[in-house]
Design a protein around this ligand. Sequence first.
Ligand code: PEP
Ligand code: MG
Length: 539
Amino acid sequence: MVKFLGKSVYKGIAIGPVHVLKKEEQKVKRNKTEDPEKEIEKVGQAVLQAQQQLQKLYDKALKEVGETSAAIFEVHQMMLEDEDYLDAIHNMIRTELVGAEYAVAVTGDNFSQMFAGMDDDYMRARAADVKDISNRLIQCLSGQDGSDFAFEEPSIIVADDLSPSETVQMDKEKILAFVTVHGSANSHTSILARMMNIPALIGVPLDLSQIRSGMKAVVDGMQGEVVFEPDEGVCEEAANKLAKEKEKLHLLQELKGKENVTLGGKHVHVYANIGGVGDVGYVLENDAGGIGLFRSEFLYLGREDFPTEEEQLQAYRQVLQTMGEKKVIIRTLDIGADKQVDYFHLGKEENPALGYRAIRICLKQPDIFKTQLRALFRATVYGNLSIMYPMITSTEEVARIFEIVEEVKTELAKAQIPFKDPEQGIMIETPAAVMIGDELAQMVDFFSIGTNDLTQYTLAIDRQNEKLDDFYNPHHKAILKMIQMVVDSAHKYGKWAGICGELGGDLELTEEFVKMGVDELSVSPSLILPLRKRIRELS
Ligand code: PEP
Ligand code: MG
């Protein structure tokens, strides 16, 4: 039995098998073989195993994101059958008498360089695919697991760190808890853990080489500890706590269908934050009044190319139709900073959080923006959609956004494609936007305060930097004063103001937010009912 302490970002309990995600660069050594035919046979088996993994990924993607996005896994399956590629691996094993892993690694590099040097854009893009299938083969050959984030039984995920594009690939139904060596409490992985209602510990000083997939573990988010190979006593205690947790959740269920109203009669809208179509289930399960933040950039993560207008339309339509009359606020893409996507070719930046991200990309590369806007405007006919723009710092940006929106509307009208005029608002997540709130309020329909970034930019603290977690204080007077300023600016011009950053779910501040006049709180689905309970207790 070994115990480690970490920082808890969601206070729940989990008991179950561990699944270790090892993501170190695959460094394959050149090793000699006496038996080349045996190595070739190993390659054949690895190809079969990789094909099965890809088929599973294809099926999962087909269900969750549609046929066009799933197609990449089919392409990978075909590439694995490519005779030139397989012959090159076999020849190398036979002529140089090297092991299977080394032959795959070198062949993968060669083919990928060959593709990268081609003139045709499509062929150049295949370089990354060859690398990908070669890495998958090497993982199968070396018996490593976790290569595709697919695991059979519900597991406690243990990793060095997790990026948003990795978490998005996982089957959320099968995650019991997250335990990571690094990571910050304000990162999107932590946000995801809170959304899914699962315990998560970050900053756990583990030596991953000592942890094996399949080991049993207990994660106690209340104590901030994880115990590997726990003894019976620890398991029993955890099982008791788990039962109590379930009981508490059960009591909260009684609040379903009730209003979010204080004892004094003040109503507050309580909405949910989501990252994708698959999360709508959590929204309904927790009885949210709407969706206050759909982080649409998650549609762009974990894939190899931009989602098309059609793919996006399908995703938005599904969410809108599922939510019926309820409000769905979709935020336009907020890529950049910690949400990196290779095909955007954003390049390396000294300070990505202060860099080329979100609306800045959309305004500089209007083609990307217009594709999303077309999909969003087309989706307006399927429900109650509001559109929200992130990372605003000036009135000029808003004016430029509306010019592009007008172009999109004109194009749609010309093509006789139906759409409605949605409510359009902005996120207030930079101090600049707070300071010019009066002017901005006259341009838009609503404000939604992004306290995660507002705290980062106001306190000059990188929200991703785990060393600064102790200094990241969203309760800082400066932040609370700013929230009041934003609400006042909005109300002065008859607009509404909400909070969609993590602070919105901080029950210690609910009373203060209500006093400030905040109209809407959009929180992780798991916090909807606890927040309703808190609001109903307020006088
Ligand atoms: C925020 O910054 O508070 C916010 C809600 O947006 P994100 O966390 O996606 O940056
Ligand atoms: Mg933000």
